[in-house]
Design a protein around this ligand. Structure first.
Ligand code: ATP
Ligand code: MG
Length: 733
């Protein structure tokens, strides 16, 4: 009966069995926090303390929710239904549907996507006569979201909190936006928590109902809760009549969502808000081998802002592979290296679903996706779309198709009004009618209607510019005036497509721009645009029917709470990981969050972690050299095995004739672009550059050295902000 308790160590068992009163489990990665939570759920049911729907359980991932549901179902002997189990948003949506009428909504209210949110906000701004050029709507959308994350309804925003936006109009616009949502019987994502929390705050009888309903509250990944989530939890847990039966598990070293308003301080607040809270610490890690653990611990020790925890290997194997750190020549070689290693694992009968590639930025998946497709290795992209399915990539491809295949009506239709050119449904319908009547493609129909006066004014001018651009690009390609990569850049620039994303201030816009430059990198690998487009249609055709045994590709953020036998961690380079944004921000805060992300990455691995960095990355058609991430140096070297060809290949290039081979057994063809790449000559230097020196860098301009070690400099550049550069790339001035 209680054999499930035998599968726990004494501390875990204590956490599971301490059912009365508040409990905080504070412990490092892989120590069984999620297992404790799931077992606690089971224990509550089996000890008869509550029935399944009297437990409120918040998980961070759907996977964790599924596992918990399966576990509870197994205990009950039938599938568990009606459980209050899921993410914060899912749980709040359910509550909100129950009480929708209290807020003036009906239970069938819609949850708006970001496009609709923005459109609505723009309408409200117009009504307030705000100049959208001066005050772009996405900026205010972000501010409203942050207020919502902090549980601030419009009436709670003090004049001092009102942003500079629109000369202090933000609060009023926010209030109108909320009112408009209600009239539309809609709410946005942030409203789910905000509305429910507000309801619990102002309607004691509703709160009381939930107090009677929920006997136990369980929360996973507690370190990443934001203020409004915390308020929601506290309202539900704190009660006059009984102790708060809330159990939160978390790890301050894995707090990686502060950019979404998460506050690791919620951990400290817990003990203050729930007096008498019991704190359990777990120290045995059951997930990873000793070298992986030691490496992760050595890395995270470089953070100052920590509560401090111990991690000991829980399994009896002091053995285990060291971490691999591969130094590779360029991003293509990195993808080949990862592909090769995965093939080897597959050959040795490893399951593909036990392999993950975790990237810092979404655009990085492209190179690996293509490699896996070439090798015929099935994969899935978790928490996001496959590269060529992303909206901005589909748009860009549609532009290219309009140039290469002018009869491609679907492509034309997709982008004719992206960015907005005033070509609405009516204009499009008349284009279609004309095209049908004359049996010609839409583009030709547009040209004819421009000439005949069938379209007028702004629409005519915009359409003419677009069609002319297509024709000129086609001509550039045919006559070989511009290289195909340059044509693509021209096309996306002059059509206003890139500018559209540059003007977009929403949080995902930078990632989309990164994806677009990754697209041009992909195109540069092909001789012709048509060749590239054919490649894409083949890649897109690669269906997903391969069953469940697939390699997992995802961002580091998406990997939280998960574990895999083998984890690949590519792109550990300054400016990529840690991200350039975190470096630009300066100070330690952003950098420490990046380091926690690195810690999350390494601790996903059970048996092997393979880190890599490329010495060169292509930025459009040019090569830029990059230097290894500082995080690599911070991993104690005794746990690391170095491999890779970067240094080796560099010598080869210098001492032509080049033979490109690599120590890990890749008979890689030499990247064709290397010829075009010139290793900057290392200038003779009489004295080392010291802290405080003023230097000049080709790309970043003038700056002052803030630290210097082993040929690496941290420099605060006057224009470009803080960067880490190699000393042979700067000159003392
Ligand atoms: P993270 O911080 O990454 O979310 P976690 O603390 O939630 O990690 P779990 O995912 O619960 O850790 O556990 C890590 C692994 O260790 C899982 O595979 C789990 O099944 C296993 N495990 C946990 N506790 C024990 C134990 N007492 N004996 C054996 N294996 C255990
Ligand atoms: Mg967990």
């Amino acid at each position: 009966m209680s054999d499930y308790l035998d599968r726990l160590n004494p501390e875990q068992r204590d956490a599971v069995q301490s059912l009365d009163g508040p409990l905080l489990v504070l412990a490092g990665a892989g120590t069984g926090k999620t297992r404790v939570l799931t077992t606690r759920f089971a224990h509550i049911l089996l000890s008869g303390r509550a029935s399944p729907h009297q437990v409120l359980a918040v998980t961070f991932t759907n996977k964790a929710a599924r596992e918990m549901r399966e576990r509870v179902g197994a205990i009950l002997g039938h599938p568990a239904e009606g459980l209050w189990l899921g993410t914060f948003h899912a749980l709040c949506a359910r509550m909100l549907r129950r009480h929708a009428s209290e807020l003036g909504l009906t239970s069938s209210f819609t949850i708006l996507d970001t496009d609709d949110q923005l459109r609505l906000l723009k309408q409200v701004m117009e009504a307030h006569r705000i100049d959208a050029k001066r005050w772009p709507a996405p900026g205010l959308m972000g501010a409203i979201q942050r207020w919502k994350d902090r549980g601030l309804t419009p009436d709670r925003i003090t004049p001092a909190e009102d942003t500079e936006f629109g000369g202090g109009a933000a609060r009023a616009i926010y209030a109108d936006y909320q009112a408009r949502l209600i009239t539309l019987n809609a709410c946005d994502f942030g409203d789910l928590l905000l509305h429910v929390t507000e309801l619990l705050r102002t309607r004691p009888e509703i709160l009381d109902g939930y107090h009677r309903l929920f006997r136990y509250i369980l929360v996973d990944e507690y370190q990443d809760t934001n203020v409004v989530q915390y308020l929601w939890l506290r309202l539900l847990a704190q009660r006059a009549d009984a102790p708060a039966n809330i159990c939160c598990v978390g790890d301050d070293d894995q707090s990686i969502y502060s950019w979404r308003g998460a506050e690791v301080e919620n951990i400290l607040r817990f003990e203050a808000d729930f007096p008498g809270a019991k704190v359990v610490r777990l120290e045995r890690n059951y997930r990873s081998t000793a070298p992986i653990l030691a490496a992760a611990a050595g890395l995270i020790a470089h953070n100052d802002a920590r509560l401090g925890k111990t991690l000991r290997p829980g399994r009896n194997d002091a053995s285990g592979e060291k971490l691999t750190v591969a130094a590779l020549w360029d991003s293509d070689e990195e993808a080949r290296f990862v592909g090769e290693r995965i093939e080897n694992l597959r050959r040795d009968d490893h399951r593909l679903s036990e392999i993950a590639i975790l990237v810092r930025a979404g655009f990085q998946t492209r190179a690996f996706e293509e490699r896996l497709i070439t090798l015929n290795i099935p994969y899935r992209v978790i928490g996001g779309l496959r590269f060529y399915e992303r909206a901005e990539i589909r748009d860009a491809l549609a532009y290219l198709r309009c140039v290469v295949q002018p009869a491609d009506d679907l492509a034309f239709e997709r982008i004719v009004n992206v960015p907005r050119r005033g070509v609405g449904d009516a204009a499009l319908a008349s284009l279609h009618a004309h095209a049908r009547a004359r049996s010609i493609p839409l583009i030709s129909a547009a040209a004819e209607m421009i000439d005949s006066g069938g379209v007028k004014g702004r629409v005519r001018d915009n359409l003419r510019a677009l069609i002319t651009l297509f024709a000129e690009c086609r001509d550039d390609l045919d006559r070989g005036v511009l290289g195909h990569v340059a044509v693509v850049e021209r096309l996306l620039d002059e059509s206003g497509y890139t500018a559209m994303w540059k003007a977009d201030k929403s949080p995902d816009a930078p990632g989309r721009l990164d994806n677009l430059s990754e697209l041009t990198r992909a195109i540069a690998e092909f001789e012709t645009l048509a060749g590239f487009l054919e490649h894409v249609s083949l890649v897109m055709d690669n269906d997903e029917s391969a069953g469940d045994d697939k390699v997992n590709l995802m961002t580091l953020h998406g990997a939280k709470g998960l574990e895999f036998d083998s984890v690949f961690l590519p792109g550990w380079e300054e400016g990529l990981f840690p991200s350039q944004r975190s470096l630009d921000e300066g100070g330690n805060k952003a950098l420490e969050e990046e380091r926690r992300l690195a810690y999350v990455g390494i601790t996903r691995a059970r048996r092997r972690a393979i880190l890599s960095h490329a010495a060169n990355r292509r930025i459009y058609a040019n090569w830029q050299s990059s230097i290894p991430s500082r995080f690599l140096e911070e991993i104690p070297s005794e746990h690391v095995e170095q491999t890779g060809s970067a240094a080796f290949a560099r010598e080869q290039v210098r001492n032509a004739p080049p033979v490109f081979g690599s120590p890990f057994g890749l008979t890689a063809r030499r990247p064709k672009t290397i010829e075009a790449w010139e290793q900057p000559a290392r200038p003779a230097r009489s004295s080392a550059i010291a802290v405080g020196a003023r230097v000049f860098h080709q790309k970043f301009g003038y700056g002052t050295v803030t630290s210097a070690e082993d040929g690496r400099l941290d420099v605060t550049f006057e224009k470009a902000g803080s960067k880490r550069v190699m000393d042979n790339y700067v000159e003392m001035v």
